[in-house]
Design a protein around this ligand. Structure first.
Ligand code: NAD
Ligand code: G3P
Length: 338
């Protein structure tokens, strides 16, 4: 199958590399032409995925115009806040050509519109089949060929979605399909917020009990918020929800978790964000989700406290106290999977 991956950060590069290893026809298109030239010359993405050789079968080009029209599947591997511009450029490049699926690899909610990745794609490329690829997949581990599983979420799991699933799957990556796109995408967005919270727990040296409690209540919050926003409860207990929550809250590699750890240690949020070279999706997604929950009157106390820490200057220790001293209640308050 013919894939084009737009964006050569850590994940776009790792996923393209995986597809090449799976014998798919794949072209990786970095955003900057000079980055494409570097990747072609060095056969390594030293900026975002150092130490991993790109196989000869992985084509790299800086000329998106030349390749997108011939793709069956276009994968968008940019940060969530850059998806709209990336789709606009893609629309111009596609002209009359029709790719069969445009799917996002991003895990964030758009600021202001509060649209999920596939909704952003649909708003810029109406009539296009859209989807999301999400789940617990640290880029470096996938690039090293370590086993992982993820979800390809599309509104209709039709024959073509099954073909894409098969093309993406192999001995090191098992791909499941889902037609609950909202659930898969909200799982990917929300888990990044809670990974920052888990990092805060570590920065505050609260111990393993605290992190376990946080993750458990975070899952309940994910289900409650997600279901209220149109997702199915069961999806949050799968790879895109629980799976990615566990991976990101525990992964030593997680940029969201690590950022939260620094915040918990008392570092200033603005200073941390100013010096970042790679994306921390949970930061802006906290703002987008908090606004959305407030607009809809949804109760999301962990998300609320994370917003207070990241955008309102609240001290992490104060936020912890606020969560611990909330009104006591029964554990069964959240919806259970059907
Ligand atoms: N790295 C991972 O392990 C991983 C795994 C699964 C999903 N994701 C998700 O994939 C998305 C991309 O993450 P990443 O890890 O590849 O990021 P990264 O920080 O490694 O790289 C960022 C990428 O985004 C591009 N970019 C930055 N600003 C841009 C802009 N304004 N317009 C277009 N492109 C821009 C950069 O050129 C680069 O290709 C994120 O939503 C992330 O949550 C990452
Ligand atoms: O490094 P993070 O925190 O952006 O997490 C990467 C992936 O989303 C893990 O599945």
């Amino acid at each position: 199958m013919k894939f084009v991956v737009l964006g050569a950060g850590a994940w776009g590069t790792a996923f393209a590399l995986h597809l090449a290893r799976a014998d798919q026809d794949v072209t990786l298109v970095p955003r900057r032409k000079e980055h494409a030239a570097l990747l072609q010359a060095e056969r390594e993405n030293r900026e975002y995925l150092p130490g991993i050789a790109l196989p000869g079968t992985l084509a790299v080009t800086g000329e998106a115009d030349a390749v997108v029209g011939g793709a069956e599947v276009v994968l968008l591997a940019c940060p969530a806040q850059a998806l709209r511009d990336t789709c606009s450029a893609l629309r111009t490049r596609l002209g009359g050509a029709r790719v069969r699926l445009v799917a996002s690899l991003a895990k964030g909610l758009e600021l202001r519109t509060h649209l999920r990745p596939s909704e952003v794609i649909a708003s810029v490329l109406p009539g296009c089949a859209t989807g999301s690829v999400t789940g617990p997949t640290n880029a470096a581990e996938v690039a090293r060929g370590l086993p992982a599983a993820l979800v390809l979420a599309t509104a209709a799991v039709d024959e073509f979605a099954n073909e894409v699933q098969a093309a993406m799957s192999g001995p090191t990556l098992r791909v499941y399909t889902s037609d609950d796109v909202a659930g898969a995408e909200f799982g990917g967005c929300l888990k990044n917020v809670y990974a920052i919270a888990a990092g805060c727990c570590e920065g505050l040296r609260l111990g393993d009990n605290a992190k376990a409690a946080l993750m458990t209540r975070a899952l309940a919050e994910m289900v409650r918020v997600g279901v209220a926003l149109g997702a199915r409860a069961e999806t949050f207990y799968g790879l895109s929800g629980f799976g990615d929550l566990v991976a990101t809250c525990h992964g030593g590699w997680s940029r969201n978790r690590e950022f939260g750890q620094r915040v918990g240690e008392g570092r200033a949020v603005a200073e941390l964000m100013a010096h970042r070279k790679t994306v921390v999706e949970g930061y802006k997604t906290t703002a987008a989700l908090d606004e959305l929950c407030r607009e809809r009157g949804l109760e999301a106390p962990i998300l609320r406290e994370m917003h207070a820490i990241l955008f309102e200057g609240k001290q992490p220790a104060e936020a912890l106290r606020a969560l611990m001293l909330r009104e006591l209640k029964r554990e069964t308050a959240s919806p259970l999977p059907t």
